[in-house]
Design a protein. Structure first.
Ligand SMILES: Nc1ncnc2c1ncn2[C@@H]1O[C@H](COP(=O)(O)OP(=O)(O)OP(=O)(O)O)[C@@H](O)[C@H]1O
Length: 332
C-alpha cells in the first residue's frame, strides 16, 4: 500500500510512517508504528537489543519491505519510489561496508560514482566531508590501517557525500570507546549546524538519546513513548528512589502495602517513583521489615522513563527479551 501523501499545503515531514509492520516468519519485529520526523530534526530511536530499531531503519532505507503499513522518506514512498528514496538518504550502519583495501579517498570516490555526484562538485564536497570528520590529512591511507573510530567517521563522511536530505545512523557509536563516542557526537552536532539535514539514529545508550531533539522509545516492536527527552522525563512527575535490601521481595511488599507505592524489582535492586524523594528517604529506612543497605534519590532519567512504561530497565530488557514485569505501571 502506498503511503498517503500529507494534505496539500502541509509541510511534508522528512519521515512519515503509518501502521508499519514487519514480520519474519513467527517473529513480529515491528508491530504497528506511526511516526513523523520533522525536517531538520535529530530524531532518536531508543530501545534494547531486539526492539525492532534496525528493522525499522532498514525499511525506511528501502533495504527491507514492510509486511503492512507504509512509509515515506524525503517525500517518497519507500516501496513504490525506492530509487528516489535512495537518492535522498545517507546510511551509516553497524557493520562497516568500507573497502578495507582502498584508501579513504578511493572509497568516497567510488561512492560518489554510484550516486552520480556531479564531477565539478565532487572535489569540493570530498574535501568538506573529510575535513568535517577530521580525516582530510589521512585521505591517502588505506582503510585497513584505520582505528574503529576513524572507520566510523569515514562512513559518516561517505554517508554525507551526496548531500542527502535524511541521514540514517544505526548505532553510530556502538563498540567504540567513550572518548571516540564523544568525538562522533561532536561531528553529529556540527552536522546539525552546517548541513540542512534530518538525522535519524538508533541507539541503546541513554546518554546519547539525550542529545536528540525528540526520541521514540521502542520495545518489542512498538513505540511506547515519543517526545523530547525533557518532555518524557517530566511526564513521570516523580523522583526515582533506588534501594537495596537483603530481601527485595519483602521490601517491595512493604512498599506496596505500607506506602501504597508501585515498586519495580530488578537486577539492580528496587526502584520506585515518589513525588518527593528526599522527604521519603528517612521514612522508608525505618518503615520496612528489612534493613535498607543503600538508597539514592535522582531526578528521572530516560532509563526511568523506559522502566515506567515497560516495568524493566533497558539493561534487564536486553538480558531477557520479551519478559514482562508484573509490577510495571500501566501508563499510556
Ligand atoms: N532477517 C531477519 N530474520 C529473522 N528475524 C529477524 C531478522 N531481522 C531481525 N529479526 C528479529 O526481529 C527482531 C527485531 O530485531 P532488530 O534487529 O530490528 O532489533 P534492534 O532493536 O535493532 O536490536 P539491535 O540493537 O540488537 O540491533 C529481533 O527479534 C530479531 O531477532
Amino acid at each position: 500500500m502506498e503511503a498517503p501523501t500529507p494534505a496539500a499545503g502541509a509541510v511534508e515531514p522528512a519521515v512519515h510512517v503509518r501502521g508499519l509492520v514487519k514480520r519474519y516468519g513467527e517473529v513480529t519485529a515491528v508491530d504497528g508504528i506511526d511516526l513523523d520526523v520533522h525536517k531538520g530534526e535529530t530524531f532518536g530511536f531508543l530501545g534494547p537489543n531486539g526492539a525492532g530499531k534496525s528493522t525499522t531503519i532498514s525499511i525506511l532505507c528501502t533495504l527491507a519491505r514492510p509486511s503492512e503499513g507504509s512509509a515515506r522518506v524525503a517525500g517518497h514512498d519507500v516501496v513504490t519510489e525506492r530509487d528516489e528514496v535512495r537518492r535522498h538518504i545517507g546510511l551509516v550502519f553497524q557493520d562497516t561496508t568500507l573497502d578495507q583495501y582502498l584508501t579513504a579517498e578511493r572509497n568516497l570516490r567510488f561512492h560518489a560514482e554510484l550516486y552520480g555526484v556531479p564531477r565539478d562538485l565532487l572535489d569540493d564536497r570530498l574535501r568538506k566531508v573529510l575535513e568535517m570528520v577530521g580525516l582530510w590529512e589521512r585521505r591517502g591511507s588505506k582503510v585497513q590501517n584505520f582505528s574503529g573510530g576513524m572507520k566510523r567517521r569515514l562512513e559518516i563522511a561517505r554517508g554525507l557525500l551526496h548531500s542527502p536530505r535524511v541521514l540514517f545512523l544505526d548505532e553510530p557509536t556502538v563498540g567504540l570507546d567513550p572518548q571516540t563516542r564523544l568525538s562522533i557526537w561532536g561531528y553529529i552536532d556540527e552536522l546539525r549546524q552546517t548541513e540542512d539535514i534530518t538525522i535519524f539514529l538508533t541507539t541503546h545508550y541513554m546518554d546519547e538519546a539525550e542529545n536528540c531533539d525528540r526520541i521514540a522509545i521502542m520495545d518489542a516492536g512498538r513505540v511506547i513513548a515519543l517526545d523530547t527527552p525533557a518532555g518524557l522525563k517530566a511526564s513521570l512527575g516523580t523522583d526515582t528512589v533506588r534501594l537495596r535490601t537483603p530481601d527485595d521481595a519483602v521490601a517491595a511488599e512493604d512498599l506496596r502495602d505500607r506506602f501504597q507505592l508501585d515498586p519495580t524489582v530488578g537486577s539492580e535492586g528496587i526502584t520506585v517513583g515518589v513525588p518527593d524523594g528526599e522527604g521519603f528517604v528517612p521514612t522508608v529506612v525505618t518503615g520496612l521489615r528489612v534493613p535498607v543497605t543503600s538508597i539514592s534519590v535522582s531526578r528521572p532519567t530516560l532509563d526511568d522513563v523506559f522502566l515506567s512504561y515497560t516495568g524493566r530497565t533497558i539493561r534487564d530488557a536486553e538480558q531477557a527479551p520479551g519478559m514482562t514485569n508484573p509490577f510495571a505501571q500501566t501508563r499510556r
